[in-house]
Design a protein around this ligand. Sequence first.
Ligand code: SF4
Length: 149
Amino acid sequence: MHPCLSCGACCSAYRVAFHWLESADCDNGVPVHLTEPLDRHRLVMRGTRSMPGRCTALDANIGRRARCTIYERRPSVCRDVSAAWENGRPSPQCERARIAHGLVPLTPNDWPWPRRAVSDAQLLDALEPPPGGRSWPPEHGAMGTDCVR
Ligand code: SF4
């Protein structure tokens, strides 16, 4: 299982602020009712204005199970935080959040499947083709990398 699906620490460790333009309800923006104003140009996810806090969009038992209920519409700041070692690199934000919640930081050993260093095409070649062939690009989550970030 993807480590983020049993974590949720970063969604309850930082203020999640972004430009208001990302919240437009058209074009799959962040749902406005889940945000509140931070300053003249920025919004913040409800629940994260001050810490300790927790994003209102997070459905989780931290350290056991976690999912972002607006995954496809989450703000850019959420998309920018990578899980430590998912792409072969450490992630200070991931590590600090996990430690703050009493979780052990992730290591390269938490990523047993082929890493992103392997191209998507190579990864697809390694997989059995589905009945009826394969379309490109794969549907969301088709390669087992679906996560909360
Ligand atoms: S990924 Fe989702 S649950 Fe986590 S902070 Fe962002 S909007 Fe909230």
